[in-house]
Structure formats: C-alpha cells, structure tokens
Design a protein around this ligand. Sequence first.
Ligand code: F0G
Length: 452
Amino acid sequence: MVVPNFRIKEVEEIRLISKEEREKAIKKAGYNQFFLNSEDVLIDLLTDSGTGAISKEQYSASKKADESYAGRTSARNMEETINDIFHSKYVIPTPQGRGAEYIFNQIMTSKGQVVPGNIHFDTTRAHIEYAGAIGLDCVVDDIYDTEKEVDFKGNIDLDKLKDCIKKYGRENIPYILITATCNSGGGQPVSLENMIKTREIANEYKIPLFLDAARFAENAYFIKEREKTFKNQTLRGIVFLMMLQFDGCLMSAKKDGISNAGGFIALNNKELYDKLDELKILIFGFNGGLPGTTQEIISKGLREAIDEDYLRYRVWEIKYFGDKLIENNIPIVKPTGGHAIYLDAAKILSHIEKKNFPGHALAAELYLEGGIRSCEIGSLLRGRDKEGSDGISRLELTRLAIPRRVYSLEHLDYCVDIIKKVYERRENIRGFEFEFEPKRLRHFKARFKRLE
Ligand code: F0G
C-alpha cells in the first residue's frame, strides 16, 4: 500500500444505464467509443488526456487569471514555470499537443524527409505525414513482446536509429523525437541512459533531438525508481538531466500538465523560436489559443505533476490495477506503465484477425458488460499507409487510461470484475468491419458493423 497524496472534495454523479440501453447506445454510436455520450458511460477510461481533476490550488489560481490580450501575468506565469522545469528559454503556447505538432512540423519538416522516434503517437505521425514526411519507429524490439518484463521498453534502439540515418542520409532527417513515456507501446518509459546515448548519435550526425513530453513526469519517476545511477536525484534533478539531452520539447499539457486543455513547445534556439512563434500567432493567436485560466492551471499543474508523493501513488495505482488482472491470468502489457493498463487483445481474442480489430472488439465488450469506455491502440488507430494498405501494427491492445486523481481503487476493482467477466466469455466475442471508413484519423470517425 502506498500513501495517497490527495482527498476528493467535489463529486460527480455517475450511473450505469441498463444493459438494453448500453446495447442501444453503442449501436447508435456505430460501435465507435468516440460517439458514445458521456452520460451513457459509467467509468470513462477512454483517455487520461484533459480528464484529470484539478486541485484547489489550480482552481484558485484560475480564479485570479489575467485575461488581458497582451502582457498577461497568466501567460508569464506559464512561461516562467515551463522555462524553470524544462530549462528552456522560449515557450510557444498552443491549444493542445497536436497544435504544437502542427506548427513544429510545418516549420521543421519537408516533403520526402524521415523523422525517427521510439514509437510516434498517432497525431504526431499524422502531422509528420501532413508535412509530407514519414515517421519511422525505431523502438527496441522488447516492446513488441507484451510478456517480457524489462524496465525501459520505451527506449530507442540505437542500432535501428543509426541504420535509419545511414539509409536516408542525415540531410533528410529534420529531427529525432523521443516520446516519454511511450504511449503507443503501453506507456513504457525511456531510460535517461538511452536519452544520453541518443543525444550522442544526434550530436555525431548534427541532428536536433526533441522530446514529446506529454508524460515527462511519469517517465522521470520511472527513471528514479528503476535506473540505479539516478535513484538519489530529485525528480526535478532528473527532469533537468533529461532536458540537457534535448534541443527542446513539445508537450500536451492535458496529461502531465493536469489541465483540461493546452500544450506548448519549449526550446532554446531563438531563430527557430521566432519562426514557430510567427506561425503560432498566425494560426492560434497571440496566446496560442489559451485563456488565462488555462495558463494558470498549467502553471500549477506542471508543478503538482512532478511531486514525488503524487507520482508514487499514481504509478502504484496503475500497478495495483495491473497486478489484479495478472492474478486473474488476464494478458496485459507487462510491466505496467505510467498512465494506463493495456489489455493484450491479440492474445485474449486470438480468434479475431487483425483486420477485424481485436482491440476494438474488446473495448466494445467492456462497455456492453459494465459501461466502461476504453480505446483501441492497434491496427485501427494505426490507420492505412500511403499506399492505402493497412499500416502494420505489431500490437493489438485495448487501453484503459486512468485519469489523474479521478477514480478510487473501488472503481478499479469494479473494472477488474468486468474485465474478468468479458475474459470468461472471450471465445464468443466477434470482430468488426467498417461500415464507414474516413480517409484520415479513422478511429475518431469510423462506423463499424459487427461480424456475423
Ligand atoms: N503526444 C502524445 C504522446 C500523446 O499521447 C498525445 C495525445 C499527443 C501528443 C497529442 O496531444 O491530445 O493534446 O493534442 N494523447 C491522447 C491520448 C489523445 O488519449 O493518449 P493532444
């Protein structure tokens, strides 16, 4: 048992609608979790993004927000906090993470180029592709073995990275991106040693190295817990050492910023900053589309997210959930990562082919059985490649993302019971095919029909 570092002062009522109502609701949603109405969901584990509970400090800071168009104290507070934590000089605020990805790739990336990373998140990949380039995953192979328990499955495979640079030529690589933790591979952390070694390669070839910092604090906690060399460092110290390896970072503040909105790019290069900032003003406006209230929430949220007591509880609660599933022999990604449990749908529903989306089928059943909303991370999310064939996703997962400071252990116990029930009747679960498939970002917009 770990000491909790918060108590809950405000509650929101939730309700389990009847089985018939759930069947009706998901059918009406075209079996797409994104089309479900939130009041029809009992436990919402669709995402940990923008779904955290804000603290009373965040709330009271937001009440004092300055909403002046320019020269805002709230904008300065956010900037100072980011520069302090990420050891940067310049900050470009954006409405959310993908806003940062958009302007960054429009400036940095050109047609025909290649951006290597561990595993790019889907919006990251989409923005790299939107700029005409290719996002290439160079993660260690360990991540594709969901059973294998190694400490840093989010690491870049340094040989794959070097091969990529040799194959495409350094002039065709605008930057390298490390996503920490690695969301698409199970919320797995990246070691500081791996960041340092990647930096050495980046230096050798003179390629900028950036961090997708959406879950930087959870990653820093894993470094402290698992990497012996750094166990006596403070979390702030670890983040400092992390940031020493990077030319800057892009961040969705909706995760480890514990905010309902917002994102940013933080960096030290003035010339690049000027270019990015110009595009920011053009597209998102002077304040990057953020009201002063959100800027205050992010300033406080980033500091709360690197509190060691908070992180200890956060990482422990995910492990608590995972351990209960493992006790019941339910295949999940091991070891548990920082923000979610990932059910290994390829193993659980081994009778469903990739093209019929086992991870998506499992998510539908969790909703039908107990009103739990989750999300596929697999072939559906991966989408099609440029030639139109299904992109190869080596993992077929169903992610149950845990919002920050929202659910209690009882909520998680309830989820374990529901998952167990679904698991017991797994052999009768059927896959899906498209009724409608949009060209891009299909997991948000597609509609499905269940196979007979
Ligand atoms: N990078 C990572 C690693 C992410 O997980 C996300 C979003 C983004 C960038 C984009 O940020 O949503 O603020 O535009 N992940 C969410 C999720 C959507 O559910 O994992 P955004």
